[in-house]
Design a protein around this ligand. Sequence first.
Ligand code: ADP
Length: 178
Amino acid sequence: MHSRLRIIQGDITRQQVDVIVNAANSSLLGGGGVDGAIHRAAGPALLAECRQLAASRGGCPTGEAVLTGAGNLPARAVIHTVGPVWRGGGQGEAELLASAYNNSLQLAAEHRFATIAFPAISTGIYGYPKAAAATIALRTISQFLQQHDYPQQVWLVCFDEESYRLYRQHSEQADDGG
Ligand code: ADP
């Protein structure tokens, strides 16, 4: 695994990093899962900013990412990205999931954020199989880190034990070259 990548188990809203990533939906107007948790912890300022973005640019297409402030969160900013809904794997889901990670990392790099924390995008309500999503997340982030100096550290924050176990397994396999 890349030395600038960390896998932890916990609640992303509590992480002391420069920027946390939200697995948002295209409307940017809030939802369940990690999106709901982030909005609850950040407070109404975040929703107000998201509403403005939704009005000015019509939300955020799948695979893309937008930046906002962080309200009451310990982080300095939030990157909202939209992962794909799993529809069986034949609808470009893998590419869209990789784009969600890549565009978030690109935005963090442009803003010179040193530390970024990601949830397991698309693996909750959007139904992406967790093992396949873990492979894409680890591969996409490792490739990005090899090519960029920023962000300096990426944290993968697993909420549930299963995601944590899968991320660890997959990162060990990558270390073995398999
Ligand atoms: P999506 O709609 O992209 O599937 P979800 O929020 O439903 O987004 O789920 C994405 C992942 O975020 C899931 O693995 C879920 O367990 C996880 N998750 C939910 N709440 C939190 C949280 N507070 N911190 C980190 N991860 C979370």
